[in-house]
Design a protein around this ligand. Sequence first.
Ligand code: 3PY
Length: 252
Amino acid sequence: MAQMLKARMRAGENLVGCFIMLPSPALVEMAGYAGFDFVILDTEHGAATSETLEHQLRAADASGISALVRTSSMNPGEILRVLDAGATGIVVPHVRTPADAEAIASAAHYPPYGCRGIATTSRAGRHGFISVAEHLSRAHDSTIVLPQIEDADALPYVSAIAGTAGVDGIFIGPADLSISLGHPGNHSDPQVLAAIEKAAQEACAAGSIVSTFASSSNEANAFFRRGIKMVMFSTTSLFTATLRDTVSGLLK
Ligand code: 3PY
């Protein structure tokens, strides 16, 4: 499964994911059964604990969907813990420089590609039921690293960040970027749109994969047509929109 997502990214497939802030394994299963390609479990703003996260990763395995985790920071210990828990990859917020990108890639990959430490009995190593050699080979083939570009001061470095060894793509965060560019919450401000487009083009030119949020199928398809290969929907936004529409349609 994990291998499959990285291989599919490398094959240039269009991929669609669910971004999940709620610490619910059932929501992960729903995304899997609905046919999404991946979930991103958010521990930056979401309420997950190490234990709820592990249950969500189990739900991903059970429902056949790949699960990445958004960490709350670039801390190598945090990156290690979510990968040991069985995440297919990491999304790391507020990466600003090529040195940041190198540091997170190193934390995510085992030697000789990085400096991740091994626990042979971690969940990622099937609690010791696979050999160390198999664990290392699986990790090498499957681990995905996506730095988030969401700050104005990261924009000059997009090509270098995207092209860093051990980095598989970039994830553009429109909400933080809109704040950083002085247009809080206005993702469709021309300056924000232009910055997103430029970052996407530069990352694609560096041979990298670009991911970001869409708010509708039409917007997702427009991204796919422009070469943005990984598009995700916020499950909280989908759910709140449905709740709002349902209540507003009632005769009361
Ligand atoms: C962004 O859009 O900036 C995000 O990181 C979403 O949480």
